[in-house]
Ligand binder design. Structure first.
Ligand SMILES: Cc1cc2nc3c(=O)[nH]c(=O)nc-3n(C[C@H](O)[C@H](O)[C@H](O)COP(=O)(O)OP(=O)(O)OC[C@H]3O[C@@H](n4cnc5c(N)ncnc54)[C@H](O)[C@@H]3O)c2cc1C
Length: 459
């Protein structure tokens, strides 16, 4: 009898799991159930001013291998593009300042460029330099990113550089994000060396990839990854518009219930966001409680198009970050038409303006037109725009960013233990657990497929 595996959730983690199951074991039956009409989850590309432009993720990091490997396997390498510039700006007391050279996740490794940038006060720059002389004060595991930076480099570096940068990746508050999970590069450097900057410099000396692009995207948007992955699957039983409502365990199998039917299977992979996974596990309350304790932040992304000539500030960078202390609704603006070389010749300045992060839910309370107006006023002031907004689009990402609080890895280990003992054959994958970036989600999809196949061998 061939075995049946159900994958719940058709985001990148679920799709990677599906592909891996098919590749490793062609004779098992795999069914993918996706609640929405589309595959890809938070990867969504639609047309804007005649150009395919991402509403969510627009690039992936290459410093971990899983997305680049998948692109290679899918024959996508010739479609990859890297950002045209690595310059970026940060708003400080209402003035845009270029980020200094030598930053690693916002941590300045060079004192002179930091001083010259005027992003922090001269006193704060000297305080940051003290990192090289201060005694080792590592407090042990479970430190937050904010605490690590504040103790080594001072508050201004934490609030004006690291929080805007690391926080914008997670829509998080770095004072509440686990350093080992949200900024592993910083955490490792700080754990291994007395000085954070010395640790980061050691890491870069040992790194072989400093010349290759750090980020890659696709000419046709991230959708190209999803579409190519899906078309590589053989005779795939993929059911969209299929909301899973419940998963239970029988002595011999699992039962996955949807609004229309129920499917018995030997194993299943739950690749939905953690808060949605919690809703499906009423029969395993311990795991459900732990899953629902993972906090999530919401973001609204407003894409705006202007005539290039109407933007007064030179868009000579990939975008700008807005620290919390500026008190604005805008949290970051990606200057898409400067960031991506293939958008440059459209004659338009295309900006992706973000609002909302952990602890700031103001954007959620605004209707679309109110939100656009508020963000437009802020962006117009900062970038000295004098001309009409040609087109806009609002993309809302509700509860989209899991917040990895200190100790998150132990919480995930406990959930996995709960599932092993109460729901044997059910595995987790996706942004809620072991990394929120696209490469980490692909890796988790692959790993959950491996774990599933190992489990099937025991039956
Ligand atoms: C605005 C934004 C920008 C981002 N930018 C980047 C970036 O530039 N680079 C990067 O690497 N990452 C980025 N990310 C993060 C990254 O896109 C996500 O973490 C990742 O795509 C999540 O993939 P996933 O498969 O875990 O989950 P999802 O994409 O959330 O997929 C889960 C799927 O499960 C489905 N589902 C949920 N409940 C059920 C149910 N009961 N039954 C059936 N199906 C269900 C959902 O409909 C969804 O399709 C960004 C995220 C956002 C929101």
């Amino acid at each position: 009898m061939s075995k049946r595996v159900v994958v719940v959730g058709g985001g990148i983690a679920g799709l990677a799991a599906f592909r891996q199951l098919q590749l490793q074991q062609p004779d098992i039956e795999v069914v993918l159930l996706e609640a929405s009409p589309h595959l890809g989850g938070k990867i969504k590309t639609t047309n804007f001013l005649g150009q395919p432009i991402d509403e969510g993720a627009d690039a992936f990091i290459t410093r971990v291998p899983w997305a680049t490997e998948l692109c290679e396997q899918l024959g996508l390498n010739s479609f990859l593009v890297s950002p045209a510039t690595s310059n970026a700006y940060v708003l400080v007391d209402g003035i845009l300042r270029k980020l200094p050279k030598g930053l690693v996740l916002g941590v300045p490794t060079k004192l002179l460029p930091l001083l010259r940038s005027r992003v922090v006060s001269p006193f704060a720059a000297i305080r940051a330099g003290l990192d090289r002389f201060l005694p080792d004060d590592w407090p042990g595991d479970d430190e937050s990113v904010g605490s690590l930076i504040r103790r080594r480099m001072g508050d201004q570096i934490a609030e004006r550089l690291v929080d805007p940068l690391v926080g914008s990746i997670n829509a998080g508050d770095t004072d509440h994000l686990d350093a080992a999970l949200a900024a592993p590069q910083l955490e490792t450097a700080s754990r291994r060396h007395r000085s954070l900057v010395t640790g980061l410099k050691e890491q870069s000396k040992n790194s072989t990839d400093s010349l290759s692009p750090v980020f890659l995207g696709f000419e046709l948007g991230m959708r190209q990854l999803v579409d190519t992955l899906v078309s590589s699957l053989r005779e795939a039983d993929i059911r969209t518009n299929t909301l899973v409502t419940d998963i239970t365990k029988n002595p011999d199998n699992l039962v996955v219930r949807t609004q229309q039917t129920s499917i018995e299977c030997d194993a299943a992979i739950l690749a939905t966001p953690a808060h949605q996974a919690a809703l499906l596990l009423a029969s395993c309350p311990a795991a459900a409680d732990r899953l629902s304790s993972i906090e999530h932040a919401s973001v609204a992304m407003v894409t705006m198009g202007f005539r290039q000539a109407d933007v007064g500030h030179p868009l000579d960078g990939s975008g700008m970050l807005i620290p919390r202390r500026e008190g604005l609704l805008t949290t970051a603006v990606s200057w898409g038409s400067s960031k991506w070389p293939h958008w440059a010749n459209t004659g338009h300045a295309i900006l992706r303006v973000s609002a909302g992060r952990a602890g700031d839910t103001r954007a959620l309370a605004l209707e679309d037109d109110e939100l656009v107006e508020a963000l437009l006023t802020e962006v117009t002031n900062i970038l000295d725009i004098d001309g009409d907004l040609l087109e806009w689009r609002v993309s809302r990402w509700i509860d989209a960013f899991p917040q990895y609080a200190p100790g998150h890895d132990r919480l995930v280990a406990a959930i996995e233990r709960d599932l092993r003992s109460e729901m044997g054959g059910l595995f987790l994958a996706g942004a809620g657990y072991k990394g929120i970036g696209i490469p980490a989600c692909i890796n988790q999809g692959n790993q959950s497929a491996e774990a599933t196949l190992d489990y099937l061998k025991t039956l």
